[in-house]
Design a protein around this ligand. Structure first.
Ligand code: FBP
Length: 559
């Protein structure tokens, strides 16, 4: 077989399940809590989700009585960016479905949400699933970023589901995709389609979490992968003592990934976008603070260091945020402008943009290096977001710091030598072999998604809680998606969306960084987490993230 020795061994790994799911899918009892409300804008959300609003939280318990399972066909979609463990969600779903009734069928829609609209699918078999168990990636059926939201798309999806006799659809995605799952669930009920929709919380960004969802899957493996790489670079920096390494870390908006990686590795400087926004720090302020640390370290003979930059930083710097909003509007106007489309030289585009920007943004735009300007003009994603993964903020900072240090040198305020290296860690972590935690968590989420289907739930997110405890103590159930929603402005219109979780500046995770960052800046307290371990002592192999541990400790302490 054309597979690596690790993959061969990992195919044999048996993911751990919560005790209540371990006795089998037909031995479950469902308990329901009280009616729920959305986190904000209850009346608006209630109006938009007339059939699915207010449902109770579901918890599963083991039952001694066997439950009869009707024959069911289910379709599954992988949506958005890859996250380690997606294959195990599908494996867990498949195993539960076949265990419930061997006549059941699982279809995989190809290439993301467009698969259900265009009727592109495969039917899973044992042999097919077995090749992907405990592996990273979404290549089992592929993923995509099509936004599933229009009447026409819903009608086409319904036709495809009817053709395949599909009773339920599972959407594995982040906040945007699960918002769409809720819309689809509501539409199916409103149109008497008799098709359930269940979501699963995915994204390495870690921003799909709340009181009910402790963490999205993929965050654990991705942050461990980045931390291994940062640790290796720290060792290199500490050995050669000649470079400042600027490492941009993926995570489109929230800085959870950068913060977790920082807590695992203890670098000299960690920028947190949410803090920059809260303190209204300008690009210049950020550069000043960083140069201050670089200069102080140089005075101690240390011309090296490690800087962590969250991917989304640029959108949180007040003047850049205003500029980006202005650019978004302008670019959508210019999309229809044939003269602009025909411009070949990027300098000509810059000129047009400068002439059309609001006055307050012109200076900021013109002050940026050409590379960053052209990156800011690149296409937006289907959800209207700037593609921050393609903006080299780390290089922008390096260039500004170089200029500033040269000025400081002239004034006798800097005595060192600044040599830089830049890195971007993102795609390296999104398809890594899932850690034991993600392998177990994902398998449980998928298995549990089928339990929700089996009990007739729709418009729910599969939830597995109590995650810092051993898997046997995990609690499985479901959370109504409407409960996590509020109204936000998207493309100029108020829309129902799942509230994104940003880093809480008064939370225990940020506090840990805050309490230590001065020490880490001057004294090298580097930690070297090493590679994810799949075999060996549980204290190493089943470790969860610092973020999850600190957040759960706080919740358990009732603080
Ligand atoms: P999701 O929110 O879809 O999980 O994707 C997250 C992410 O990995 C971000 O961290 C990153 O900014 C973005 O996807 C990159 O998108 P693309 O895969 O289109 O390059």
């Amino acid at each position: 077989m054309n597979i690596s020795p690790l993959q061969k061994e990992r195919l044999q790994y048996e993911p751990k399940l919560p005790a209540c799911l371990k006795n089998g899918i037909n031995y479950l009892e469902m308990t329901e809590g009280a009616e729920t409300n959305s986190v904000k804008d209850c009346e608006d959300i209630k109006n938009l989700f007339k059939n699915t609003y207010g449902k109770p939280i579901i918890t599963f318990k083991t039952s001694n009585e066997e439950k009869h399972s009707d024959v069911r066909n289910v379709g599954v979609i992988l949506s958005g960016g890859q996250a380690p463990g997606g294959h195990n969600v599908i494996a867990g779903l498949y195993d539960a479905l076949k265990q419930a009734n061997s006549q059941n069928k699982l279809y995989g829609f190809l290439g993301g949400p467009s698969g259900i609209i265009d009727g592109k699918y495969i039917e899973f078999t044992d042999e097919y699933i077995d090749e992907y168990r405990n592996t990273g990636g979404f290549d089992i059926i592929g993923s995509g970023r099509t936004k599933l939201e229009t009447q026409e798309q819903f009608e086409k999806s319904l036709a495809v589901c009817k053709k395949l006799n599909i009773n339920a659809v599972v959407i594995i995605g982040g906040d945007d995709s699960n918002t769409n799952a809720a819309l689809l669930a509501e539409w199916f009920v409103a149109n008497n389609a008799d098709i359930q929709v269940i979501g699963c919380p995915k994204t390495i960004d870690g921003d799909l979490k709340n009181d009910q969802i402790e963490i999205s899957f993929g965050f654990d493996t991705a942050t461990k992968t980045y931390s291994e790489l940062i640790g290796n670079i720290q060792r290199d920096a500490n050995s050669a003592k000649k470079y400042w390494h600027f490492i941009k870390i993926m995570g489109r908006s929230a800085s959870h990934v950068a913060l977790e990686a920082a807590l695992q590795t203890q670098p000299n400087i960690t920028l947190i976008s949410e803090e920059v926004e809260e303190k209204k720090l300008s690009l210049n302020d950020i550069v000043t603070d960083m140069c201050d640390i670089i200069a102080k370290r140089a005075e101690n003979g240390k011309n090296f260091g490690i800087v962590i930059v969250p991917e989304g930083l640029i959108e949180f710097i007040p003047e850049m945020k205003t500029l980006i909003q202005n650019l978004n509007d302008l670019l959508s106007e210019l999309e229809k402008d044939e003269t602009y489309a025909k411009l070949e030289r990027v300098e000509e585009k810059f000129e047009v943009i400068s002439s059309k920007l609001d006055k307050e943004n012109v200076e900021v735009f013109n002050s940026l290096p050409a590379l960053i300007k052209s990156q800011l003009l690149m296409d937006r994603d289907p959800h209207g977001n700037v593609q921050v993964s393609r903006i080299e903020t780390e290089k922008l900072l390096i260039e500004m710091i170089r200029t500033r240090l040269a000025e400081m040198k002239e004034n006798g305020k800097y005595v060192g030598k600044f040599s830089d290296q830049s890195h971007f860690f993102g795609y390296e972590g999104r398809c890594a072999f899932p850690s034991n935690f993600d392998a177990d968590y994902c398998y449980s989420l998928g298995y549990n998604a089928f339990a929700l289907i089996n009990f007739g739930a729709t418009g729910y997110l599969s939830s597995v809680k109590n995650l810092t405890k051993p898997a046997s103590e995990w609690i499985a159930g479901g959370v109504p998606i409407t409960m996590m929603m509020n109204m936000e402005k998207r493309h100029g219109e108020m829309k129902p969306v799942i509230q994104k979780a940003l880093v809480k500046l008064d939370g225990p995770v940020f506090k840990k960084l805050q309490d230590n960052r001065q020490d880490w800046a001057m004294n090298d307290r580097y930690k070297f987490p090493g590679a994810i371990q799949y075999f060996g002592p549980s204290s190493v192999c089943d470790l969860t993230t610092v973020t999850l541990q600190l957040e759960q400790e706080k919740i358990l302490a009732g603080v």
